[in-house]
Structure formats: structure tokens, C-alpha cells
Design a protein around this ligand. Sequence first.
Ligand code: PEP
Ligand code: MN
Length: 348
Amino acid sequence: MNIFSQSNPFIIAGPCAAEDEEQMQNIAHSFKNTAVNMIRAGVWKPRSKPGFFEGRGEIALQWLQTVKEISGKKVCTEIATPEQIELALKYDLDAVWIGARTTVNPFVVQELADALKGSKIAVLVKNPINPDIELWSGAIERIQKAGIENLAAIHRGFSSYDSTSKYRNKPNWAIPIELKRRYKELPIFCDASHICGSIELIPSISQRALDLDFDGLMLETHPNPAAALSDAKQQLTPAALFDLISKLTIREPIDGSTQDEIEHIRQIIDSLDAEVVDLIGKRMDIVKSLAILKNKNNMPIYQVDRWSEIIESRTNWGKKNDLDADFLLKLFELIHDKSIKTQIQIKN
Ligand code: PEP
Ligand code: MN
């Protein structure tokens, strides 16, 4: 049995980065005899810009060994080069994960797969930073072909240039759901910490993942988040983590009955509808800026040409998705009408 299926949900928690021995021992003691299944800590940290904390390197692997002894839990870290894999194996880590910035590069993933050949270590593959399912599943297949049996995927959201997003990395649930359809036996985790970027939304995103049948959660946890050397805003204290775990609703595994399948499909519909509502909300928000500009320049709110253009482009887009023109016309009449009303309100 895949080690990541040994508990439902399987919880991986621990700091973004191993910073010092005291922090790591503190975490080990906090997690002893708890629902946490595996302790994470970054040893080599991929930072977008130079000049920031990049992890302690090899010495932190020694701390992880001590963590394992104290807590009795499995331990894991991120690897991005064959040399780092060699060290992770030397220090007897239970698992390694491939980070989002590494999954994007098939050359690197193949080098990692070659370095993993013949080892018994478990591997988790994060989604690439861009929403490309082929890149993600390609990386998974490279690791599978290397003979790794304890394999799992992690949804950590996708980066976008959208400063209004409430997420650090936007979740796109349709992608991990499709991955699950392709690889029925592959456990899928949700890294709610890197999706959210701050702690407020972590409980709801974690619950959403479980509702969508995810197998586990990866949650960054630090004894003193405010003082963390990386990702300070998104790390939970151990107490907050335990509180979150105790409030999660764990659904019974799907037994294949019709009722169960209906329920599962409804969960997916709920999550898609949440995105639809989010997007409509955003559309209405941006309309407000449009209204202000039009007012400033004394332009009419309703422009016939623009409406014709909306109808034409939307019905064309609909063709690709099998959505008939009549339906889209009605839908956009409603949306456009609301948008015009909002602009009139602002004008007055
Ligand atoms: C991490 O888990 O700390 C990390 C760097 O993750 P990601 O690859 O998802 O950015
Ligand atoms: Mn992090």
C-alpha cells in the first residue's frame, strides 16, 4: 500500500524551512503523538530573488534525523538536483518533494528520476507553477518509470499576474481532479499554505480539498511564524494546526454507489460555481473603474458597438465549449444589464 494512503487524510506539516536546531526540535516535540503523519522542512529553498534566506543545507538534514527520533514521524524535504537526492538518501529521509519551480523543467525532472532509480524513498510531485496538466503528469510519469512506488502529487496552486487575487497561487481544482481521473491510485495532496499565502483562507481551502476527495494536506507550521525566515505570513502555529485538523469534516471514502458518485460530482460543481461567482464578482469590480473613466471623459455608458462585439466574441468562444449561442446571449444579457446598472449608479 502506498504510504500516503495509510491515513485519511494524510497530514504533512512543518516549517517552510529548517532554520536552526532548536526550531526543529520544538516542532518535533509538538508533533509527537499527534495526527501529523510526516514532518516537512525545506533544507534548500528556491527563492525568486537573490539575497534572501536559501536554507541551511546539509546540516539541516542532521536536524531532520533528530526530528524523526524525537517525534517518531516520517520526514521529508524539497530536492531539485541529483546531489540533493544523494544527500537526502544519505540522511535516510522518508520522502522528498519536487517543487513547483522544478516540475516545469523536463530535463531536470529526468535527471532527478535517474538519481532516484533503485531507491525506496517516497516522492511527492508539486504541480508546475503554470496550469499545464501535461507538464505535471509528465513529471509524475518520469518518476513512476524510475520505479518509485510511494508516489503522490501536490496541488499548490498556479501563479498569475493578478494583483487582485486573494490567493498567492490560485487553485484550479479542475486540474488535480483530471489528474485523479488519469491516475486512479495516485494520492493527491493540497498544499493550502502556498495556495493561500496567508493564514485566513487555509481552513476553507483545506476543507475544499477534502470535499474534492484529496488524500492529504501539506501545511506549513512554525513554532513562531512571525519570526520565520521565509513565508512568515502563511505558517500556522502548531496549536492553530491542531485546531484546523480537529474542525475538518472527513468524508467517507466513495464506495462507488450511485449516491456517492452523485455527491462527488456535486462537490466538483460546487467548487466550479464558487469560481464562477468569484469571476463575476471580479468583472463587476472592474466595471466600476470603467464607469469612473467614462464619467471623467463624458462618455455615454451604453455603447451599442461594444454590446455587439461582446455578443459576437462570447458566442464564438462558446462554440469551443459546446455552449449554444442562445444560452450565452441570455447569460451575457443578464451580466451586461447588471454592469450597465452598476455604472449608472456610480454616475448618479
Ligand atoms: C515549499 O513547499 O516551501 C515550496 C517552496 O513550495 P513550492 O514549490 O510549492 O513553491
Ligand atoms: Mn514555503
